[in-house]
Ligand binder design. Structure first.
Ligand SMILES: NC(=O)c1ccc[n+]([C@@H]2O[C@H](COP(=O)([O-])OP(=O)(O)OC[C@H]3O[C@@H](n4cnc5c(N)ncnc54)[C@H](O)[C@@H]3O)[C@@H](O)[C@H]2O)c1
Length: 256
């Protein structure tokens, strides 16, 4: 799909990869509604981009009814929905057991609620809205849903049981969701980023950041603009579907 003139919905759009995605989509001529818990950052980004091009909604993606309402607001405000990008997510650390402790199952539940249920609520309600679009081109395209996994889906580090489980789920849902939605002209793609500089990565200890850099053949972390570029490519390439694409500079996470 050509980006110009489309309408997008981005979760986690007030920070990091989501915020850069909002900016690049708007720069490409897409009208974007974005939801996040962080209303201060969200409102500031709308001021920067212009209210005619971007709309912020305070949104908790674990609230399915709120997700449904947010997507309705997006459609009512900008006249449709063609691109949904699921950037809202949290990381959590906790080893299965140590000599003194056990991982927190309530944390695992929260990670799953946000990273997995949040993604599926948005994808399902976005798909419903997209299914009502007229095809935007002669390939019958009505929309694309972009989910965000992680290389931790494949080689999670020590302490990443909860996070890796949630990102493995994103890899897992991508193919069946694409199979469900293909007949509506809706594609589903997941991006599995490596280590991309963002507030989430910045919050890691220096020791962890140095370990991560050693796993990266390019010797640097990725940048949010490289992720957002990948999002644009996923929208533009009409034959990308049902696949999780690693965008990691060749990173393979090591043992710890
Ligand atoms: N940065 C990386 O290296 C990296 C690598 C792999 C995957 N990812 C994934 O990319 C996505 C974006 O990460 P980021 O690095 O930009 O992190 P970030 O912390 O900068 O941004 C995440 C955003 O999600 C929002 N959010 C959290 N819980 C929410 C909820 N319940 N409802 C709505 N919004 C909520 C936060 O407020 C925040 O603005 C996440 O899913 C993350 O797991 C990031």
């Amino acid at each position: 799909m050509k980006l110009e003139g489309l309408v997008g919905f981005v979760t986690g759009g007030a920070s990091g990869l989501g915020a850069e995605t909002v900016k690049q989509l708007v720069a490409a001529g897409v009208k974007v509604t974005f939801g996040d818990l962080n209303s201060e950052n969200g409102e500031a980004l709308v001021k920067e981009l212009g209210e005619d091009k971007a709309k912020f909604l305070e949104l908790d993606v674990t609230d399915e009814k709120a997700v449904e309402a947010a997507i309705k607001t997006c459609v009512d405000t900008f006249g449709g929905l063609h691109i949904a990008v699921n950037c809202a997510g949290i990381a959590a650390v906790g080893q299965t057991i140590t000599s003194k402790s056990m991982m927190s199952f309530s944390t695992m539940r929260l990670v799953t609620e946000i990273n997995v249920f949040g993604t599926i609520y948005v994808a399902a309600h976005a798909a419903k809205a997209m299914s009502k679009n007229k095809p935007v081109n002669d390939r019958g395209e009505r929309g694309v849903i972009i989910n965000v996994a992680s290389v931790a889906a494949y080689e999670g580090q020590r302490g990443q049981v909860s996070y890796s489980a949630s990102k493995g789920a994103i890899v897992g849902i991508t193919t069946p969701m694409a199979r469900d939605l293909g007949r509506f002209g809706i594609r589903v793609v997941a991006i599995a980023p490596g280590t991309i500089m963002s507030p989430m990565l910045a919050a890691q200890t220096d020791k962890m950041k140095n370990l991560l850099l050693k796993d990266t053949p390019l010797g640097r972390f990725g940048e949010a603009d490289e992720f957002a570029h990948m999002v644009r490519s996923c929208v533009e390439n009409s034959y990308l579907n049902g696949v999780t694409l690693r965008m990691d500079g060749g990173t393979v996470l090591s043992y710890s």
